[in-house]
Design a protein around this ligand. Structure first.
Ligand SMILES: Cc1cc2nc3c(=O)[nH]c(=O)nc-3n(C[C@H](O)[C@H](O)[C@H](O)COP(=O)(O)OP(=O)(O)OC[C@H]3O[C@@H](n4cnc5c(N)ncnc54)[C@H](O)[C@@H]3O)c2cc1C
Length: 386
């Protein structure tokens, strides 16, 4: 078992860190204050090819694995930036790659890899279904060579910054299927053609999410944009979720290490009662504890990534990595807040910005309760709560 980064992986980490250095704390504070999308940063990442490293070389991508993708996102967040505004561009295309037709791969993947086509929007969650995705009600009814979609989604992030949206719909009603996961299909919606068939209500949330409520009113989607087989979409989405969990865990770990680095530096330099506050175990130990938790969560994430790259079932590892990373980062965020005292709340120190960011992964893209339910029920065989 080799736990060292290879030379190529070190070069990836250093290359990403170099790019991130061009976007310092002031940049993120400005974007945050104005509730802007970090357009220049996402452009720079795309142009450098970092967002397409999971796309095979034959389609113009980097042809690398989950381990390298995880390294990219961890490095972005560890530098003080955030991968959230762009991370979906990395993994949402996996549904096309794994389940799309050859024609769809050739039509979409090269442009996604080149960054001229953004696939950043992923419409799954609905107001009345919540975590229970099988209860979605957005319907797609086939009419000749196209589907007519009606219904709505909530919390669809990056909609305004995407050309395409992967949309989960019901092609057969919940009441008419034998297995509740059947009858759900995955459509690729070209947002440039949708016009007022999609109405948008932005939802004000934490920074860098740009999330929205969407309403579909006879939205026309060509049958050629159905991914895989009709009615099998739930399985396709599930197969992409391990990738999402590993990548979100990696961003989260980047944040956690950022908190630890900031907190330990501040604890060493800030003097109160005539000595550095870091001498006090009430300050030092929570930082050290969080660091140990982050390192442990990081190992679970590397295991999940290695299994994913080897084509093995990584459901337990990907979920555990997401759970442990979000908990470790939350511990690091709180240790940093305590270390900075009142200055933790002052925007100019950056801690409060990252603190808000660190809370999200406990809830989304999947809540830790549901991760525990997965482990308890699917791995350990205990009774289901749903
Ligand atoms: C900023 C942001 C961005 C998002 N972006 C996207 C996006 O791009 N696309 C998308 O489709 N969705 C997106 N989401 C939605 C996100 O995936 C959901 O919010 C999340 O899955 C939880 O669903 P819910 O909010 O409806 O919670 P609910 O399903 O209402 O659950 C509420 C609480 O009850 C708990 N709970 C429910 N059932 C159980 C159970 N059986 N056992 C134990 N606990 C349970 C949950 O864990 C949760 O804590 C985003 C959300 C946010 C906040």
């Amino acid at each position: 078992m080799d736990l060292q980064l290879t030379e190529d992986q070190v070069a990836i980490r250093d290359g990403v860190a170099e790019l991130c250095a061009r976007f310092p704390e002031e940049y993120w504070q400005r974007v945050d204050a104005k509730h802007e999308y970090p357009e220049e940063f996402v452009d720079a990442l795309s142009r450098a090819g970092w967002l397409s490293i999971l796309i095979p070389e034959e389609y113009g991508g980097g042809g690398l694995g989950m381990t390298e993708a995880a390294l990219v996102l961890e490095t972005i967040n560890r530098s003080g930036g955030t991968g959230i505004p762009a991370h979906a561009q990395m993994y949402t295309m996996g549904t096309i790659l794994r389940h799309g037709s050859q024609e769809q791969k050739e039509r979409f993947l090269p442009e996604i890899a080149g960054g001229s086509l953004r696939l950043q929007a992923f419409g799954v969650t609905e107001p009345d279904a919540g975590t229970d995705t099988t209860r979605i009600r957005t319907s797609a009814v086939r009419d000749g060579d196209h589907y007519v979609v009606n219904g709505g989604k909530i919390f669809t992030s990056r909609f305004q910054h995407s050309d395409l949206m992967l949309l989960l719909v019901r092609t057969t009603k919940y009441e008419d299927v034998q297995k509740k996961t059947d009858g759900i299909s995955a459509l690729l919606v070209d947002l440039r053609e949708a016009g007022d068939q999609i109405k948008v209500r932005p939802i004000e949330t934490m920074p860098n999410h740009e999330t929205n409520q969407l309403f579909f009113d006879d939205l026309v989607v060509p049958v050629g944009n159905l991914i895989g087989e009709e009615g099998k979409g739930f399985r396709y989405i599930l197969s992409g979720m391990n990738a999402e969990r590993i990548l979100v865990a990696s961003e989260n770990l980047g944040d956690g290490f950022w908190f630890v680095e900031k907190a330990s530096a501040y604890a060493t330099q800030r003097e109160v009662f005539g000595r550095p506050i870091g001498k006090n175990q009430g300050i030092q130990f929570p930082i050290a504890q969080a660091y140990a938790q982050l390192e442990a969560a990081g190992l679970m994430r590397w295991k999940a990534a290695a299994m994913f790259d080897a084509g093995q079932q990584a459901g337990m590892e990907a979920n555990a990595a997401k759970l442990l990373a979000s908990q470790a980062t939350w511990a690091a965020a709180n240790a940093a807040m305590d270390t900075f005292g009142g200055y933790g709340m002052a925007v100019e120190y950056g801690i409060e910005r990252k603190f808000r960011e660190a809370r999200l992964p406990i809830v989304a893209p999947v809540s830790n309760n549901l991760v525990l339910a997965y482990i308890g029920q699917n791995v350990l065989g205990m009774p289901k709560s749903y």
